[in-house]
Design a binder for this molecule. Structure first.
Ligand SMILES: Cc1ncnc2c1ncn2[C@@H]1O[C@H](/C=C/CNC(=O)c2cc(-c3ccc(F)cc3)cc(O)c2O)[C@@H](O)[C@H]1O
Ligand SMILES: [Mg+2]
Length: 214
């Protein structure tokens, strides 16, 4: 059976990236997806905004919703301090092994745990099953209509603390209007908008940072 696009991305990383070098893994994926096959990685331009916010947050415990091929997991994990950890939730069984392999090629397998399943099923288990207290940073990049309900779940399960930083991709396109409605004009959040462009394209996109105020 033909390989999937995600498998071809892994092949390219496996063949071209320098083992243990996270930057070379990111560069390889960005090159492949801008020159060969577009894919929905956060990409190099919005990736710089992600880097900035992760450095600002300097999280001990981080969560990502929507691992996909692991591009943003590598992007985030490469910036984590030694004691820090990233949990990344992904429900597509085809993507999980691909992401695991890409994270391993980047040498970041000890910093990232991929939790296979639906976010709405796993978020309620983070404290009990994964020993999480509260989350310092959350990157939302999964189905756009899940951003709002899953943010509410994070609140309801006491996973956010004063100062927890949420960063959401694709606020411009495909858009996440319910999420924006939830965090903007909400006294529990302080929001910042970051205009940018769609990964590997000229089309406009944006990211939104929402700091939980408790
Ligand atoms: C509740 C739940 N639980 C667990 N995993 C979950 C989950 N919901 C989704 N996932 C997982 O996360 C990824 C899904 C990402 C969705 N991202 C986008 O749709 C997306 C689309 C574009 C785009 C832009 C222009 C176009 F013309 C077309 C598409 C750009 C983007 O940056 C995107 O992120 C994917 O790996 C999926 O399995
Ligand atoms: Mg995205």
């Amino acid at each position: 059976m033909d390989q999937s696009k995600e498998q071809r991305i892994l092949n390219s990383v496996s063949y071209n990236a320098i083992k243990g070098d996270a930057e070379s893994v990111l560069d390889c994926i960005d090159k492949y997806c801008s020159q060969k096959e577009w894919a929905m990685n956060v990409g190099d331009e919005k990736g710089l905004i992600l880097d900035k916010i992760v450095k600002e947050a300097d999280p001990t415990v981080a969560l990502e919703l929507g691992t996909y091929c692991g591009y943003s997991a590598v992007r985030i994990a490469r910036l984590l301090k030694p004691s820090a950890h990233l949990f990344s939730i992904e429900f597509n069984a085809e993507f999980v092994p691909i992401a695991k392999e890409i994270i391993e090629i980047a040498g970041l397998e000890d910093k990232v745990t991929i939790l296979e399943g639906h976010a709405q099923d796993i978020i309620p288990q983070l404290k009990t099953k994964y020993n999480v207290d509260t989350l310092d940073f959350v990157f939302l990049d999964h189905w756009k209509d899940r951003y709002a309900p899953d943010t509410i779940l994070l609140e309801q399960y006491g996973l956010l603390r004063k100062g927890s930083i949420l960063l959401a991709d694709n606020i411009g396109f495909p858009g996440a209007p319910d999420f924006l409605k939830h965090v903007r004009n909400n006294e529990h959040y302080e929001c910042t908008h970051y205009p940018s462009h769609l990964e590997y394209m000229k089309a406009p996109d944006a990211m939104e940072k929402a700091v939980y105020l408790g």
